[in-house]
Design a binder for this molecule. Structure first.
Ligand SMILES: Nc1ncnc2c1ncn2[C@@H]1O[C@H](COP(=O)(O)OP(=O)(O)OP(=O)(O)O)[C@@H](O)[C@H]1O
Ligand SMILES: [Mg+2]
Length: 244
């Protein structure tokens, strides 16, 4: 469970808060979609959850600890428990699918091993298993720069899965994909969510996708939660409130 307590974020020089008094309890097994207009605070929120963004005040409690009070090494371990995927994939274009997925191991290993690029037989097998899981086995030796957007996002998902995460975070992971591909990526995220019993939290612009896949929708407006309920309750009136 992730517990968010009175979370405030104000960027330096900004007049307003990017996040204001967020209080949320996110349970294992939930598939949460975060909605909101551009600038509503979605990315800031997701980045707070794994400590990439420090809040001005407030806490994110994970494993009974406030992640902002963790030492660097503990925070690194916590981040490994939270797989993250991004809109622009954050892959290394000149490396192959297989090599990119193996980099998911980096968070778990001592730095010198990463530099030497030593991966055990088990680690290599696990990487191949995850590549199979996202249906890219036939492409495993291709350079990532030669893949389509949907294929790249599947590489990023396989890489995040290699961390064996308990939480899956996504910052608009389908924003640069066509609608059909976006739906397929969400289906994949849903099946992974169920198989590994994850807490999945995804920022998305597409309300239809959110309503189709989420078990819970949280909408932000000007950094505040204006809706937090099951998708069926996200009516046209709520839509107007959130987006107008
Ligand atoms: N590094 C930063 N420095 C200053 N202000 C920032 C920074 N990052 C975001 N902001 C501001 O904080 C607010 C929330 O931004 P955020 O990126 O979280 O919104 P978002 O909901 O993810 O938007 P989008 O849908 O466009 O990605 C915005 O007003 C934005 O301008
Ligand atoms: Mg954003």
């Amino acid at each position: 469970m992730l517990q968010i307590e009175e979370l405030y974020v104000k960027y330096p020089k900004a007049n307003d808060h990017a996040l204001t008094n967020l209080k949320l309890s996110l349970q294992n097994g939930e598939f949460v979609c975060i909605l909101g207009k551009s600038g509503a605070g979605k990315s800031t929120f997701i980045r707070c959850l794994n400590g990439l963004q420090r809040p001005t005040s407030g806490a994110v409690i994970w494993n009974e600890q406030n992640i902002f009070q963790l030492k660097q090494e503990q925070l690194r371990k916590t981040r490994v428990e939270m797989g993250m995927i991004f809109q622009h994939f954050n892959l290394i274009p000149r490396l192959t699918v297989y090599q990119n997925v193996l980099t998911g191991m980096f968070g778990k290993r001592s730095p010198w091993k990463n530099i030497l690029g030593l991966f055990s037989k088990e680690e290599k097998q696990l990487a191949l298993k995850m590549i199979e899981r996202v249906d890219l086995y036939d492409h495993k030796d291709k350079r990532v720069e030669a893949l389509s957007g949907g294929q790249k996002q599947r590489v990023a998902i396989a890489r995040a899965l290699l961390q064996n995460p308990k939480v899956f975070l996504g910052d608009e992971p389908v924003a640069s994909l066509d609608p059909g591909t976006a739906t397929r990526i969400f289906s994949l995220l849903q099946s992974i969510h169920k198989k590994y019993d994850l807490l999945t939290i995804i920022n998305v612009h597409d309300v239809v996708l959110a309503k189709q896949f989420a078990t819970r929708i949280i909408a932000l407006k000007n950094g505040e939660v204006v809706f937090d309920d099951v998708p069926d309750k996200f009516t046209d009136e709520v839509y107007d409130l959130v987006y107008n």
